[in-house]
Ligand binder design. Structure first.
Ligand code: ADP
Ligand code: MG
Length: 346
């Protein structure tokens, strides 16, 4: 049973179709991540769910109730949906405590206690409650924004690139803390992010959007390993695409004969290789394996970015791989493919 449902939702801004017919189902207590390039309609989608905008066409339903359609829209404050935006949007003149407690009645005797509990929930120390937002780090500010969103005891929360302003280490730890917290509280959440790793690790369901359309929705593993198109594949991580001829469980491509994931198709295709499916080793002359000459190699921390020219021939492939003993340009390597590969019919 889906908790949140969008049916054929359209939204235009003048000539721009920000959302061009979105269908989406989100289960109760689940976590959905939305990825897609800038301008693909992610924020518009969240704003429609939150009630800051109304759809031109289609329906938004929450727990069976119509929140919005072409004729009517439940106002945002009556939807019980918590929102955390990219910049946190805290009130700069209010203390942390008053930011967190913004939606709580001033006269409520339990107000201070509720604020303290919420601060504790997002791992902010009591000492921080008296501070102003500008006296906190970026990560702490985002946790205040989250606590404020949770203060209304939301039916769901919407997070619009909430971690994007944070440094890598802090981004990972904040994301983990938020995921844990939402999981423990059983709160349905939608996270918009442009970070593929964040999407894949945070969510039960990943949604890929492009140009106002939903390209694919599914589990992180499914989308990563069986994307519906090369465009979807590209949003979820690095991939190499090679022209191939597929038949009987195998593909023939520039890297030789490789097993494919799905049987039952014969014909022209494009195979997709994720970096972890490729291993490189120094070739000796007797190797029958596919070979490539190192054209370029670049140190990139935990990985090397390698460009290989497939031999014989003119085709180049580029990939990032962890390499304990990096080769030099000009060296010839054998290229092995691990496991069955995904392909797209052409
Ligand atoms: P994303 O969050 O994926 O970057 P948005 O939902 O913000 O994308 O925007 C989708 C498209 O709608 C973009 O082309 C954007 O310029 C346009 N758009 C969004 N909000 C407005 C608005 N209030 N007025 C006019 N155009 C808008
Ligand atoms: Mg946006």
């Amino acid at each position: 049973m889906s908790f949140l449902q969008l049916r054929a939702v359209h939204k235009r801004y003048g000539a721009v179709a920000a959302l061009a017919g979105i269908d989406l189902a989100v289960g109760a207590g689940s976590r959905t991540a939305i990825v897609g390039p800038s301008g693909s309609g992610k924020t518009t989608l969240l704003r429609l769910i939150a009630g800051f905008e109304a759809p031109d066409e289609g329906q938004v339903l929450l727990d069976g109730e119509v929140l919005a359609d072409r004729d009517s829209s439940v106002p945002a404050y009556r939807r019980g949906i918590g929102v955390v935006s990219q910049d946190g949007a805290l009130f700069p003149h209010l203390s942390v405590a008053d930011n967190i407690g913004f939606a709580l009645a001033k006269g409520d005797p339990a107000r201070a206690e509720t604020i303290a509990r919420l601060a504790d929930m997002v791992e902010l120390s009591a000492a921080m409650l008296a501070r102003r937002p500008d006296e906190l780090s970026g990560g702490q500010q985002q946790r205040v924004a989250l606590a404020r969103a949770l203060a209304i005891q939301p039916r769901m929360v919407l997070l619009d690139e909430p971690f994007s302003a944070l440094d890598t280490g802090l981004r990972v730890s904040t994301r983990k803390a938020v995921a844990r917290l939402l999981g423990v509280a059983g709160i349905t959440a939608i996270l918009v992010t442009h970070d593929q790793e964040e999407a894949l690790s945070f969510a039960d369901q990943v949604v890929v959007m492009d140009k106002g359309q939903l390209l694919q929705a599914g589990s992180p593993r499914e989308l990563y390993s069986r994307p519906a198109s090369p465009v979807v594949a590209g949003f979820l991580g690095e991939a190499i695409f090679l022209p191939a001829e597929v038949g009987d469980g195998w593909a023939h491509c520039a890297l030789g004969r490789v097993p494919v994931k799905d049987r039952g198709f014969r014909g022209a295709a494009q195979v997709m290789l994720r970096p972890e499916q490729v291993s490189l080793a120094r070739a000796d002359m007797h190797d029958a394996a596919a070979r490539g000459e190192v054209i370029e190699i670049e140190f990139a921390g935990s990985c090397f970015a390698v460009c290989l020219r497939l031999l014989p021939g003119e085709d180049d492939i580029r990939l990032r791989l962890p390499l304990a003993d990096p080769p030099q340009p000009g060296e010839v390597l054998r290229i092995d493919i691990n496991g069955p590969v995904h392909f797209f019919a052409r």
